[in-house]
Each structure stands twice: as structure tokens, then as C-alpha cells.
Design a protein around this ligand. Structure first.
Ligand SMILES: Cc1cc2nc3c(=O)[nH]c(=O)nc-3n(C[C@H](O)[C@H](O)[C@H](O)COP(=O)(O)O)c2cc1C
Length: 184
């Protein structure tokens, strides 16, 4: 098929997450599209934060951050914490904060899924700090579990694609459908 080189654009989608950290002793939250899992075992998650952000210093000081998956009824607040900085605006009361066994990063009660991460490495890109965190604890609303496991259809995360979007329909089975082409 004919393709056109369109420059250096990203193509694809990421989850929309809200990262949380304690900054100067108070919860601060910011929206991120550049975030995601890096490995299953051990469970590792990364977030990419522009160095100009208020949150970075708090993550560096405490060595922990949280990753919270907002639901679709949280669009306005999700967008808001990505538009204003903790430098100028106190965002500590935008959500109800809670803490896990380690009280070094706040999580968001209103989010159906929240992950607490301990920083194990930081990659120093020219404009961004990539915080790589090992998942310490994962909290999921009970109604979003199926057989004790997080059910992504029930969590219904927002993707950062064409603005904020929800998951589309399932179209295949991972680690399974490709077997049809094995030993042919
Ligand atoms: C939809 C959306 C996605 C964003 N994704 C990122 C991102 O991946 N990385 C980043 O550094 N900033 C991202 N931002 C910008 C920050 O969330 C924003 O600058 C925020 O106000 C920084 O907050 P802070 O200064 O309190 O840390 C995003 C904002 C929005 C609205």
C-alpha cells in the first residue's frame, strides 16, 4: 500500500492516567498520556514527566508515585489537573486522596484502579524525567474485579486517542489467535 512519510508524529494510543505525588508534603496530581507498563515480572510501570512540572521534585524527594486510571465521569477533573500546575494552583483537594501501606504517594479514591510505584530508576531525557517504578500495590474497586483479577472492561479506562476515548470492541485473543499460523 502507498504510504506517506508524515514527519516524526506519534501514532497510536496510550492510557490516560493521573499520576500522584506528595510535593512539599501535599498531594499533587497531573494528567499523563506518556505512561505505561514495561514488564510483567517484576511489574514495572513508567511515567514521562516534563522537567518543568511541579510534580517531579516530589517524586524525586519521596521515591514514590501513584498511577490512577480515571473513569469517564472524571473527564473534566482529569483534564483540569493536566491544565493547571501545582506551582500556581493547589490541586490537593481536587480528588479524595488515600494512601496504601507506604504513605509516600497519594492515590485517588474516585479512580477505579490505582497503582502505587516505587521509583527504581530515572531516565534523564533532554526535556523529560522518565520515572520507572516497580509496582508495590494495586488497588481496584471490588465491582471492577472478575474472579479476583482486574477486569479492564469493568474498569473502562480512558484512552488518549482522538481526545479522551473509551475501549472499542474486542477483536481477538492474545497469545492464542496466532497459533493458527504455527507449523503451517
Ligand atoms: C491529556 C493530557 C495529557 C498529558 N500528558 C502529559 C505527559 O505525558 N507528560 C507530561 O509531562 N505532561 C503531560 N501533560 C501535561 C501536564 O499534565 C500538565 O502540564 C500539568 O499541569 C503539570 O502539573 P504539575 O506542574 O502540577 O506537575 C498532559 C496534559 C493533558 C491534559
Amino acid at each position: 500500500m502507498a504510504k506517506k512519510m508524515i514527519g516524526k508524529a506519534h501514532v497510536g494510543t496510550n492510557p490516560t492516567v493521573i499520576a500522584g505525588a506528595l510535593v512539599n508534603g501535599k498531594p499533587n496530581y497531573l494528567t499523563l498520556g506518556h505512561a505505561g507498563g514495561m514488564s510483567m515480572n517484576p511489574p514495572i510501570f513508567y511515567i514521562s514527566c516534563n522537567k518543568a512540572h511541579y510534580t517531579n521534585a516530589g517524586i524525586k524527594e519521596n521515591g514514590y508515585f501513584s498511577v490512577n486510571l480515571p473513569s469517564k465521569d472524571m473527564v473534566k477533573k482529569t483534564d483540569y489537573v493536566g491544565l493547571v500546575s501545582g506551582k500556581d494552583t493547589d490541586k490537593s483537594g481536587v480528588f479524595t486522596s488515600f494512601y496504601g501501606s507506604v504513605d509516600k504517594a497519594p492515590m485517588i479514591d474516585e479512580c477505579p484502579a490505582c497503582i502505587l510505584c516505587k521509583v527504581i530508576d530515572t531516565v534523564d531525557l533532554p526535556n523529560n524525567d522518565i520515572f520507572i517504578g516497580e509496582i508495590v500495590e494495586t488497588y481496584v474497586n471490588e465491582e471492577c474485579l472478575t474472579d479476583g483479577k482486574p477486569d479492564v472492561r469493568k474498569i473502562n479506562p480512558m484512552l488518549l486517542a482522538d481526545g479522551y476515548s473509551l475501549l472499542g470492541e474486542k477483536c481477538g485473543n492474545a497469545f492464542s489467535d496466532g497459533k493458527a499460523l504455527m507449523n503451517k
